[in-house]
Design a protein around this ligand. Structure first.
Ligand code: ATP
Length: 691
């Protein structure tokens, strides 16, 4: 039996491909498809590169001008397409590169010899906002002085780059060489610089470093999760075509090593993944759902992918289609926001009431007439007590209300006061019931009760939950009841920094969901520049952010992979002037962007009224706008400036973002700062804010 040669592509090759002029792009794609079908074909000439330091690098002719660089080791039958460029540039690139297997992690790494060979300064770092690393001033102790060479290699540092890493004195110098380091090494080093121990980093990564590595076995090296964050083995024409035609859809192909590990394999129970904005939580959830559908959903079984809002479910559905391509197993994943799911489920079970998603003002007003004036509690107290305690925790009787812990409420209520307050809530439920209505939290509870009745078949093989921070306790209890406890049952991703419905604060452990020992964190922000990330993080400084399970989370260890200008933050004394500033700035962006493939722009405001006023003012400046409504899907290919509420923009991303948030950061206790954090972190490259 003959084994077909292995063909792989590097991330760098795809990034280069995405930037080529369209005629060249088409030629390279045609060539690469032939290469994938038979890299040994006589039509492909592998030219030796005389000045190359790595004897396994070859140049291949694509046309008169363009060359590909292929890694073709003498042992094994492996071909990795690494790079594409004009003839001379391609040769120069290859002369300065070397492929090597990390002797401890076993990962395949591309080493830039420029970085190794310039002893005093670190090679060029093109991004703005990053300091160039220079020689360490004598007063600064090297940052990794106490970390052994062995430990640096365990973290993923190529041995050749150890002298470079040893010269780093301050964190900005580490950031300056980020592009020279494999992603796992950069991440490991910044976590250690932030105070983690090497063994903490390794155990979080689930990296085993106790196996024998053969540094000449490049094919085996491709199997590690680290290698797969930068190389993809392509085994069919269809796969190759899909990858080449969407070279920027990197998330489908190259996962962060931890995303890769968490997406596949069995877990003994519920898993919780935390990560700041843009760290690839949704991407991980999509890949996890795919793995579960393909490997753990038996005949007739499905995996449920659920989110809090309908918009996000629509986005997820589209992304799943692109992840599964033509694979019919896509039908094994059901995508549904929880409210829609509950509505359908209860209807199927002849639930007599209609669910309401906010307060019914008529019923509420009548119930408030029972409020005891002697208590001196205002209506806002009753509203919050209903939303955050009674409905949220499913309190059904006075007896339960007397005993419930009112965590997170500022006021203390004695037993006798609780007795005096309770009639308002009881009346409200009665008022709703007499009109055939049910509050959504109560409906979740009823659905969970129905589900837990004995004898029902499990509805799903597993459930994947995105944006977990937005689900309240009743929603989480219901999700728990929707799948039997056991292996791979529940997979949660979320971020307490992005909780934009403060009343939905929940603790997984108190909803019957035990994540102990199965909790991980993603640290690398793939979306936002580090400059925007830092400004967004500063908005939440001093606030207590939870980890979805009753503990606290912090934003300190995250880093972004890209850099750009520091966002402009304008303090507007007058909101009207602030709005004019935003409109002028966005109009100026659009004026210079040109009409062909302009960067995507979104302006966000808190309310619909502000949103519409901004759209109106932009239109008077002749800027084409498109309002993203709650029920419409944003068209990523639209060239109009998008205008949206901050709530609607959640989960989306744009090249440039302008946030209109006058006064929102003054609110110390509500969810306004979180909302601005969400809005600002939708930006990939450029952001501005009026506050
Ligand atoms: N491994 C990866 N390689 C390249 N790009 C990635 C990777 N993972 C995620 N991304 C990209 O990073 C961006 C953010 O990813 P994603 O939406 O999954 O993050 P998130 O943590 O869910 O963000 P948020 O919480 O802010 O909504 C997306 O553009 C996604 O395609």
């Amino acid at each position: 039996m003959t084994v077909a040669p292995r063909v792989a592509l590097s991330q760098d090759f795809l990034l280069r491909l995405a930037k080529l002029p369209s005629a060249v792009h088409a030629r390279v794609v045609r060539w690469a498809l032939k290469f994938q079908q038979d890299p040994t074909s006589s039509g492909i000439n592998y030219e030796t590169i005389k000045a190359a330091r790595d004897p396994n690098l070859r140049s291949v002719r694509i046309d008169q001008d363009w060359r590909g660089i292929v890694f073709k080791p003498s042992l094994g039958d492996l071909y990795i397409l690494l790079h594409v460029d004009h003839h001379d540039e391609a040769y120069r690139w290859a002369e300065r590169r070397k492929m090597a297997v990390n002797p401890v992690t076993g990962a395949l790494q591309i080493i830039s010899l420029e970085a190794v060979e310039s002893p005093e300064t670190v090679a060029d770092v093109p991004q703005t906002g990053v300091q160039r690393a220079g020689p360490i001033p004598p007063s600064v102790a090297p940052l990794f002085a106490t970390v052994s060479d062995e430990a640096l290699i365990q973290l993923g540092t190529p041995p050749e780059l150890i002298p470079l890493v040893r010269r780093i004195g301050v964190e900005s110098e580490l950031d300056a060489i980020q592009t020279q380091l494999p992603v796992e090494a950069y991440e490991g080093l910044f976590l250690v610089a932030a105070g983690d121990t090497v063994s903490q980093v390794l155990s979080e990564r689930e990296t085993r470093v106790d196996r024998q590595v053969d540094p000449t076995d490049f094919t085996a090296a491709l199997e590690t999760a680290e290698s797969q964050s930068r190389f993809v083995v392509v085994s069919s024409d269809a796969e190759m075509t899909a990858i080449l035609n969407a070279p920027l859809a990197q998330w489908r192909v190259f996962l962060h090593p931890l995303q890769r590990k968490l997406a596949a394999g069995d877990r003994s129970g519920p898993v919780r993944i935390l990560g700041g904005a843009g760290t690839g939580k949704t991407v991980l959830a999509l890949h996890r759902a795919k793995w579960l559908a393909k490997n753990r959903a038996g005949d007739g079984q499905k995996v449920l992918f659920t989110t809090f809002t309908r918009n996000l479910a629509v986005d997820v559905e589209q992304n799943l289609k692109s992840l599964f391509l033509d694979d019919p197993d896509v039908n094994k994943v059901e995508v549904c926001n929880l409210d829609r799911w509950v509505y359908g489920y209860l209807r199927k079970h002849n639930y007599p009431q209609r669910i309401i998603y906010g307060r019914d003002e008529g019923a509420w007003g009548r119930s408030m007439q029972l409020a005891d004036a002697a208590l001196d509690l205002d209506e806002a107290f009753y509203v919050e007590e209903w939303e955050r305690v009674v409905a949220a925790q499913g309190v059904q009787s006075l007896d339960d209300y007397r005993k419930i812990s009112r965590v997170g409420r500022k006021s203390i209520l004695t037993r006798s006061k609780r007795d005096m307050v309770w009639p308002v809530f009881e009346e409200y439920r009665g008022q709703l019931s007499s009109r055939g209505l049910k509050d959504v939290d109560d409906a979740y509870r009823d659905a969970a009760d129905l589900l837990s009745q004995a004898g029902r078949d499990p509805l799903y093989a597993a459930i994947v939950v995105d944006e977990t921070q937005d689900f309240g306790p009743q929603a989480l209890r219901l999700i728990r009841a929707m799948v039997p406890s056991g292996e791979n049952d529940l997979f949660f991703v979320g971020d307490g920094h992005q909780r934009i419905y403060a009343k939905h604060h929940a603790v997984l452990g108190r909803c019957g969901i035990d994540i102990r020992g199965r909790s991980r964190k993603l640290y690398l922000n793939y979306r936002t520049t580090d400059e925007i990330r830092k400004v967004a993080v500063a908005l939440l400084e001093g606030r207590d952010i939870d980890d979805l399970d009753g503990g606290s989370d912090d934003n300190r260890r995250y880093k972004s992979l890209s850099h750009g200008p520091v966002p402009e933050v304008i303090d507007a004394a007058d909101p009207g002037i602030g709005m004019s500033t935003i409109v002028d700035r966005v109009a100026a962006w659009v004026a210079v962007d040109g009409k062909e493939r302009p960067p995507s722009v979104c302006v966000m405001a808190r309310s619909k009224a502000e949103r519409d006023e901004i759209a109106r003012r932009l239109a008077t400046c002749s800027v084409a706008t498109s309002v993203i409504e709650p029920d419409t899907v944003d068209s990523a290919s639209s060239i109009a400036v998008r205008v949206a509420t901050m709530h609607r923009a959640k989960g989306l991303e744009f090249d440039r973002v302008a946030v209109f948030a006058p006064g929102m950061l003054d609110d110390q206790y509500g969810d306004a700062a979180q909302l601005v954090y969400v809005a600002l972190t939708r930006a990939k490259a450029v952001a501005m804010m009026v506050r």
